[in-house]
Design a protein around this ligand. Structure first.
Ligand code: FEO
Ligand code: CA
Ligand code: CA
Ligand code: CA
Length: 680
């Protein structure tokens, strides 16, 4: 189905409604001087409106297996900052030549890492420092460590439980190093625009900051102080050390960064012993059930050195992770805040948009097979005149999970204690804190729709619709499973219609009346990924029914010319340019076993769904981030885990330093050589 500009649901309508929000808009603009005086512009206040749709005139590149950044010839990629680059004067850059000899297994290396750019960069947010788009502050997630790419002795025979503890106990500095390379990096960046110079990091900026797995931060919102969040180190349940598994993210209209804690269960071990502890409150056991727990050793093995990661010894610590963390990039001395009102799950993007009445809706995904899509709506409206008044806006509001109906309609289901006689002690929830800590279980009770790994969930600022990337789900096969405390129907459903969904898909949501606070919406499939020249290229929405979509079938929002479409798999993070075009970066299997990349397509007009590949990443990486400068002259991307599948002694990638170097996760900036808009 294609859309025309007279569609009442369409951008013109939404835009008109926005323009009537005079008080909010005028207020937003009047708030700018206050924020600018603080050193950062809160959001794009400089760029004029752009005609929606179109503008993607670049010639698509072909997918590639090359160990380099592939781009059209008119484009260039600046290497902005690499893992291990120093963020502070006096701290040296990492010398990766030491790694083969175990150079990262020292206390000095760990101390330096806590002052260097972290590992495995993921989400990126750009906060402008000036109006000409030549400087800004980047907040970048550092999701996890691929330890086999860091430490030469890592690994062993006989299974993980047999060697991991031995390795970690022998090299405790490996845990210190890994913890220091997790979290978030805040770094000022800039370029000489008059000379069309490349982007680079400013190592002397007062905004630079590292937030690691040990940085103290507060627990905010309704679950603050819950008995389920209390530990020996924090008997009040109000403060926690660190943020981990920071995957996707977002930024608020008041100029802060939101970072999603995703695969937190990989960091906690010994759950079998914890579950066997009879002295614990059964509510505590119950709170853990909906995560895939490691009965013995965790993936990373930190629990052998830092006992707070041993679930049997500190049963509540894991419940203090899996939240959205809000960070103020303007104030390097501020404590990050975990926003419990937004629920606990494997958080991905948290993408806010201001609704008609000034309240703020935040769209979120839970990236696990058969998990849910969420949104949070603040109780109070944004106060555009007083940035400080918005500081804790995210502590008070309503969390919803999405149910997608076969009719093409859907409902946001409120995760509110005892609302409509549900989510109360009869269904296992003692209070609102428990509803939020056990958000997945609460969404189970309400009948939310299990999705194919919903990652980024982001509103399109031009047409107001929300796009949900479902990365993939090979397990979408059929049958019913009793697992992690729920009865799970694994068969295809209307919003996840493909069995064995190895390529992933994207859903487009339209809120009722374009109002982001509403609880009803309409939805349709926007993209069914794969290779459009291989299976059937479906062009009609009504053919996207469960049981009718084969593994290799594709759908590109109805676009019918397969020869003009780029193949794509595993859509993951997304972003939008000023014209409302959808930008997609990928994480996982690509058609023809090509490397991950970056793609774009219009969401409106005759070329709606015409997806083209702009960029190809180096060997073994996923591409993440996907953040534009306000003028769209630069697209920042994260190259995460280049060389995955290799080892320190046998690297599979030498990007970005070339020769025989170790691969380094890095942030790049994509620009047109002539200074034009990215996508043109
Ligand atoms: Fe960290 Fe959902 O990818
Ligand atoms: Ca991701
Ligand atoms: Ca995004
Ligand atoms: Ca992912």
């Amino acid at each position: 189905m294609s859309h025309s500009s007279d569609d009442p649901r369409y951008f013109g309508n939404v835009l008109a409604q926005r323009l009537t929000r005079r008080s909010v808009l005028q207020g937003a603009l009047s708030a700018v001087p206050a924020l600018a005086a603080a050193g950062l512009l809160p959001f794009d206040v400089t760029s004029a409106a752009v005609a929606p749709g179109g503008g993607l005139t670049f010639n698509a590149i072909k997918g590639s297996k090359d160990d380099r950044i592939g781009l059209p010839p008119e484009y260039v990629a600046d290497l902005v900052i690499r893992w291990g680059d120093s963020l502070f004067p006096g701290t040296p850059d990492l010398d990766t030549r030491s790694m083969v000899g175990g150079g990262l297994l020292t206390a000095t290396a760990a101390a330096r890492q806590s002052r260097q750019f972290g590992y495995n960069c993921d989400a990126i947010a750009f906060f402008p420092l000036n109006a000409d788009n030549s400087s800004g502050v980047l907040c970048v997630n550092n999701e996890y460590t691929d330890d086999v790419l860091l430490f030469p002795e890592y690994g062993g025979s006989g299974g993980r439980d047999a060697w991991l503890e031995k390795f970690v106990v022998r090299y405790p500095e490996s845990v210190a190093f890994a913890k220091a390379s997790h979290g978030v990096s805040v770094v000022a960046v800039g370029r000489d625009r008059r000379r069309n110079g490349p982007w680079g990091a400013d190592k002397t900026s007062r905004f630079n900051r590292r937030i690691t797995a040990d940085t103290p931060m507060s627990i905010n919102g309704p679950a603050r102080g819950s008995p389920l969040l209390r530990t020996r180190a924090d008997p009040e349940g109000i403060r926690v050390n660190g943020t981990i598994a920071n995957c996707a993210g977002g930024k608020t209209p008041w100029g802060t960064y939101l970072s999603g804690e995703e695969n937190i269960e990989d960091y906690f071990g010994n759950f079998r012993a914890m579950m066997a502890r009879r002295d614990l409150d059964p509510a505590l056991h119950d709170a853990h059930r909906r995560f895939w727990l490691w009965n013995t050793a965790s993936i990373h093995g930190w629990e052998f050195i830092d006992k707070r990661f041993d679930a049997a010894l500190e049963p509540s610590e894991a419940l203090r992770f899996g939240w959205i963390v809000e960070i103020d990039p303007r104030n390097p001395a501020s404590s990050p805040r975990k926003r419990t009102a937004l629920g606990r799950f494997s958080h991905e993007g948290a993408n806010p948009i201001v609704a008609k009445d000034g309240r703020v809706a935040v769209y979120m995904g839970d990236d696990e097979k058969f998990e849910y899509v969420y949104k949070f709506v603040t109780r109070k409206p944004l106060d555009p005149r007083n940035p400080a008044a918005n500081a804790d806006l995210l502590d008070d509001g309503t969390l919803y999970a999405a149910r997608f109906d076969a009719s093409g309609e859907g409902e946001w289901l409120p995760l509110v204690f005892d609302a409509n006689g549900r989510l109360n002690p009869a269904s296992g929830f003692a209070n609102q804190a428990e509803v939020l800590i056990k958000a997945r279980a609460a969404a189970d009770v309400l009948g939310a729709t299990p999705m194919d790994r919903p990652e980024d969930v982001e509103p399109n600022p031009v047409n107001g619709r929300i796009y949900v990337t479902c990365t993939n789900n090979e397990s979408r096969s059929g049958g019913v499973l009793e697992v992690t405390g729920r009865t799970l129907n694994m068969g295809p459903n209307a919003a996840n219609p493909r069995a064995g969904n190895g390529w992933g898909h994207i859903i487009e949501i339209t809120e009722d009346d374009g109002d982001h606070t509403r609880t009803r919406f309409r939805w349709e499939v926007f993209l069914m990924a794969g290779d459009p020249t291989r299976g059937k290229l479906i062009t009609k929405l009504d053919e996207l029914k469960p049981g009718k979509v084969d593994r290799q079938d594709t759908y590109y929002a109805g676009f019918a010319d397969a020869a003009r479409l780029s193949p794509i798999g595993s859509p993951d993070n997304i972003g939008f340019d000023r014209a409302g075009n959808l930008w997609i970066v990928t994480d996982g299997t690509q058609p023809h076993d090509n490397n991950d990349g970056c793609f774009a397509c219009p969401t409106s007009g005759p070329e709606r769904g015409l997806l083209k590949q702009l960029m190809s990443g180096p060997v073994g990486c996923e591409v993440a981030g996907c953040e534009f400068t306000p003028d769209n002259g630069t697209l920042f991307l994260s190259i995460q885990h280049p060389g995955e599948g290799g080892t320190v002694k046998d690297p599979k990638s030498h990007w970005p330093d070339g020769s025989d170097s170790q691969p380094r996760p890095s942030v790049i900036a994509i620009r047109r050589k002539d200074g034009g808009v990215v996508g043109s």
